[in-house]
Design a protein around this ligand. Structure first.
Ligand SMILES: Nc1nc2c(ncn2[C@@H]2O[C@H](COP(=O)(O)OP(=O)(O)OP(=O)(O)O)[C@@H](O)[C@H]2O)c(=O)[nH]1
Ligand SMILES: [Mg+2]
Length: 179
């Protein structure tokens, strides 16, 4: 058994649900209401995967535009990223390419997992971002990283695919670690 420590960043525009995912993963449940992350929150969780121990250090970044300039320094030594958009706000999908452009020069090629969040809002929003658009984006990311980009349609609030993205990222990080 090997213990691997990995810094992971949560990326995506404000209010897409980054903090909600992290809270669930860290075991804190969900809270109602939106409280914007200021700068970054850092959490830690150890999981067992394929006989190994993975120590996730999760950097939950602020998606607010006003933090864009300071975010760059947070990417050093990052081993993996979870990118999230909100299917009910198309601009958050369109902006994913800007997040990738912001991150990859700092991190180099790292495993990325893509989440289309808030699928519970799909029914009430005919203009929602469609599944094939998520697929397409995950392929674009794979082309940039040279790695598979697992893609999840999720509702953090309804706990649909709320933990799976973290496990998928952990597996990708392990497979990149030459153990
Ligand atoms: N309907 C719905 N709402 C969600 C879902 N996930 C999160 N939310 C809500 O979206 C709002 C924003 O969630 P946060 O997790 O704080 O967003 P964030 O991405 O961390 O935002 P910043 O910290 O500003 O970058 C909150 O009111 C959440 O309750 C979901 O799956 N469905
Ligand atoms: Mg947040």
């Amino acid at each position: 058994m090997v213990t691997i420590s990995s810094k992971v960043v949560m990326c995506g525009d404000y209010a897409v649900g980054k903090t909600t995912f992290v809270k669930i993963f860290l075991g804190g449940g969900t809270e109602n209401g939106y409280k914007a992350t200021v700068g970054v929150d850092i959490g830690r969780k150890i999981i067992s995967l394929d006989e190994h121990k993975l120590v996730f250090q999760i950097w939950d970044l602020s998606g607010q535009h006003s933090f864009k300039l300071i975010r760059r320094q947070f990417y050093t030594r990052t081993k993996g990223a979870i990118l999230i958009y909100d299917v009910s706000r198309r601009e958050t999908y369109d902006n994913m390419v800007n997040w990738i452009a912001e991150m990859l020069p700092e991190t180099g090629k790292i495993p990325i997992v893509l989440i289309a969040n808030k699928i519970d809002l799909k029914e009430s929003d005919k203009d929602h971002v469609k599944s094939h658009e998520g697929d397409k984006l995950s392929k674009i990311i794979s082309n940039k990283t040279g790695m598979d980009t697992p893609y999840f349609e999720a509702s953090a609030i309804q706990q649909i695919n709320d933990l799976e993205p973290f496990i998928a990222l952990g597996k990708s990080i392990l497979s990149q670690s030459n153990i």
